[in-house]
Ligand binder design. Structure first.
Ligand SMILES: [Fe+2]
Ligand SMILES: [Fe+2]
Length: 139
């Protein structure tokens, strides 16, 4: 752990960011449910920005300090980060060509469905970090 880091502040902050990212995803899915594509795109852009900063902070400030006995190896977290970035990029690409409003229910449902794998990986990743990484680097 680097001397210039305040670990307690950092972990609280990162856990808060997990909640913020889940809220952004929830709001984005609600926008899709309403067919509000321009709002959904803006929310995904916000989520993308927060996710990238969050990942950079974890990869520079926490993952290098993971102890050898850690429940999950650093490569597990790193692989999930790459996967989450790629999946979010694909979702943004999928929304890009659509008009600002999508009235068709079938399309809206299909758009919600393609979010399921990302949401699943995101929730499991946060759970893993809060049980593993965040706790283990403090010991
Ligand atoms: Fe992470
Ligand atoms: Fe995280």
């Amino acid at each position: 752990m680097s001397a210039d880091m305040n670990p307690m502040f950092q972990f609280t902050d990162l856990t808060t960011q997990h909640a913020q990212m889940l809220n952004l995803l929830q709001d984005e899915r609600l926008a899709l449910l309403d067919g509000e594509l321009s709002r959904a795109r803006a929310l995904l852009a916000q989520l993308h920005e927060l996710q990238e900063t969050h990942i950079e902070d974890e990869e520079s400030g926490l993952i290098p300090y993971l102890p050898e006995w850690a429940r999950w190896h650093a490569r597990v977290y790193l692989a999930e980060h790459r996967k989450l970035s790629a999946m979010l990029g694909e979702l943004r690409l999928a929304l890009e060509p659509l008009p600002a409003r999508v009235p068709d229910g079938t399309t809206r449902l299909a758009l919600l469905d393609i979010h399921a794998p990302f949401r699943h990986v995101l929730e499991h990743h946060f759970e893993r970090e809060e049980k593993g990484l965040f706790v283990e680097v403090q010991r």
